[in-house]
Ligand binder design. Sequence first.
Ligand code: SF4
Ligand code: SF4
Length: 86
Amino acid sequence: MSLNHGAILKPGSSRNNKTGNWRNARPVYKHDKCTGCTMCERICPEGVIFQEDKKKFNVDLDYCKGCGICAEECPVKDIDMVPEEK
Ligand code: SF4
Ligand code: SF4
């Protein structure tokens, strides 16, 4: 049996594996103070944040891993990490 079975081996590979079932927290945009700096979109290791409008970003929750980097790095704290209900 392969030791790598089910392992996520490289950044961005969760694109191929839906994460919704095991994520512990999800990013929620407040859409309140966003300056449109694009930091969240550029820093997400999974590449699952996308721009909807000049100052409006969102995340594809089917593939977000819940790492919290986007919320941590947003300079105006426009993203909250909210625990997933299990
Ligand atoms: S928590 Fe944020 S940075 Fe992490 S995978 Fe999800 S959208 Fe990307
Ligand atoms: S990091 Fe924050 S301010 Fe910058 S684009 Fe994302 S939500 Fe907007």
